[in-house]
Design a protein around this ligand. Structure first.
Ligand code: PGA
Length: 257
């Protein structure tokens, strides 16, 4: 059975003192949870995460990664550097990276490969814009984004990835996909994974992201193919993040029963 996973995506937020408070509260509140928990923070705060989160229930990771191994790429951070700070996860292909940094499916696929080669779990983000949804293209858009990455991975890699379905129109807008809408896309994603390797597909955690909050998390997380959440805004407040983690925990427990 898949465990639920809740990842906070802090985006470009935080400061040393604010992080210390947030991380300490999250660690204290997460002690008795059985779901998987992580925070993906700005690169510069990874040493601070390592210091505060080592030997706790909360893992940490980055929000991006270089598509290159090493060398003359000014400003880039490689997968092996992230390993130096004991990161477990690296988000790749977030819609903000795709939109503001012109990241193509091919770049996202290379980033996922780099993460896997360094022993990190890539959290591969896909999702349609409102225009694409309204035109009835959700399935085509999302499946082509996923297929581009899957084509670059081996079947063995499939058990070491996390997928995140994040409808672009739901990110930071307060508009959430209904549980049924999200479940439909998640089931389609699992079917795509299954075509490549059924046993791994049954194990891959597929997260929902896009205005997941304490008041809608339980319903979303009760859907059979929604294995957790990628949380933006609500990850910046310890109480909100923990409330979502508790909802995931309840859903995990009911799965295990
Ligand atoms: P949000 O962001 O929860 O603020 O909508 C989610 C994300 O972008 O990962």
């Amino acid at each position: 059975m898949r465990r639920k996973l809740v990842i906070g995506n802090w985006k470009m937020n935080g400061s040393r003192s604010a992080n210390e408070e947030l991380l300490s509260s999250v660690v204290a509140g997460a002690e008795n949870l059985v779901c998987d928990l992580a925070v993906c923070v700005p690169f510069v705060y990874l040493p601070q995460c390592q210091q505060i989160l080592a030997n706790t229930r909360v893992a940490w990771g980055s929000q991006d990664i270089s598509a290159h191994e090493a060398g003359a790429y000014t400003g880039e951070i490689s997968a092996t550097m992230l390993r130096d700070f004991v990161c477990r996860y690296a988000i790749v292909g977030h819609s903000e990276r795709r939109a503001y940094h012109a990241e193509t499916d091919a770049i996202v696929a290379s980033k996922a490969q780099r993460a896997l080669a360094a022993g990190l779990t890539p959290v591969i983000c896909v999702g349609e814009t409102l225009e694409q949804r309204d035109a009835g293209h959700t399935q085509t858009v999302v499946s082509s984004q996923v297929e581009a990455v899957l084509a670059a991975l081996s079947t063995a890699d499939l058990s070491s990835i996390v997928l995140a379905y994040e409808p672009v129109w739901a990110i930071g807008t307060g508009k959430t996909a209904t549980p049924a809408m999200a479940q439909q896309v998640h089931a389609m994603l699992r079917a795509l994974l299954s075509m490549k390797h059924p046993a791994s597909a049954a194990r891959t955690q597929i997260l929902y992201g896009g205005s997941m909050k304490p008041d809608n998390a339980a319903e979303l997380l009760s859907m059979p193919d929604i294995d957790g959440g990628l949380i933006g805004g609500a990850a910046l407040k310890a109480n909100d993040f923990l409330a979502i983690a508790h909802a995931a925990n309840v859903a995990s427990n009911s799965n295990l029963n």
